[in-house]
Ligand binder design. Structure first.
Ligand SMILES: [Fe+2]
Length: 224
């Protein structure tokens, strides 16, 4: 049974201060309230995260590292500033997932933060494949960026559908909304370089259109 551990107390304290100070927008305040109402209930009643929820937390932590590490290689190879900009965002996404893992007392699957080091062999294989593809040309590197963002969005959508813990879903929402911005950035640069229209590599065309058209400007600071 889960106890009132240090991380949870720290979150509750932070949420209380934030709510009292009125520093967050109403949606964030509602999210904090939802966390207290549902996720806390789940924990206090001793209901653990199930294996699927844990798998997603671990996988997405490494998935964000995959994005960061591939973009580090692409930034060094091509010098296109879009990679450097998005690396910073992916690091924040990695950090957000680590906080969730720590909160739920789940071991971090990233013991080695070095570029290209992965616990999950499937993600390690993707790193090799995608970096090889991306060093072939700058256009391919931008297409690899778009591929990774499509992949992340689809995977996080799946994870959202497989947890009822609002606190986790709030983090996932920030991640996929950030990925909408990244996808749009890579597509814009790829289309500018090639003069072609990008077609999604993984996503359903209608879902892709929704992502590209998603208005995230008001949330860019929030999502990083
Ligand atoms: Fe991303």
């Amino acid at each position: 049974m889960r106890s009132l551990n240090r991380n949870r107390r720290a979150f509750l304290k932070a949420a209380s201060v934030t709510l009292a100070g009125g520093l967050l927008a109403s949606r964030a305040s509602q999210a904090a309230a939802a966390f207290l109402a549902s996720a806390e209930t789940k924990i206090l009643t001793g209901e653990p995260l199930d294996a699927t929820e844990i798998h997603h937390l671990e996988f997405i932590r490494e998935e964000e590292k995959l994005a960061r590490d591939v973009y580090i290689v692409m930034a060094e190879k091509w010098g296109n500033p879009i990679f450097s900009l998005i690396i910073e965002s992916e690091q924040r996404h990695m950090d957000a997932m680590l906080k969730l893992l720590n909160y739920f007392d789940i071991e971090d699957p990233v013991p080695d933060d070095g570029v290209g080091s992965f616990t999950n062999s499937y993600i390690g294989g993707l790193f090799t494949t995608l970096t090889e593809r991306g060093i072939a040309s700058e256009d391919e590197a931008l297409a690899v960026g778009a591929f990774i963002e499509e992949y992340d969005i689809l995977d996080i959508w799946k994870a959202v559908g497989e947890t009822d813990v609002d606190h986790i879903n709030e983090v996932y929402t920030n991640l996929y909304e950030g990925s909408y911005n990244h996808l749009r950035g890579y597509v814009y640069n790829w289309e500018k370089n090639t003069g072609k229209i990008y077609t999604p590599q993984l996503m359903d065309p209608e879902d892709y259109k929704d992502c590209i058209g998603f208005d995230t400007q008001a949330k860019q600071k929030q999502n990083g």
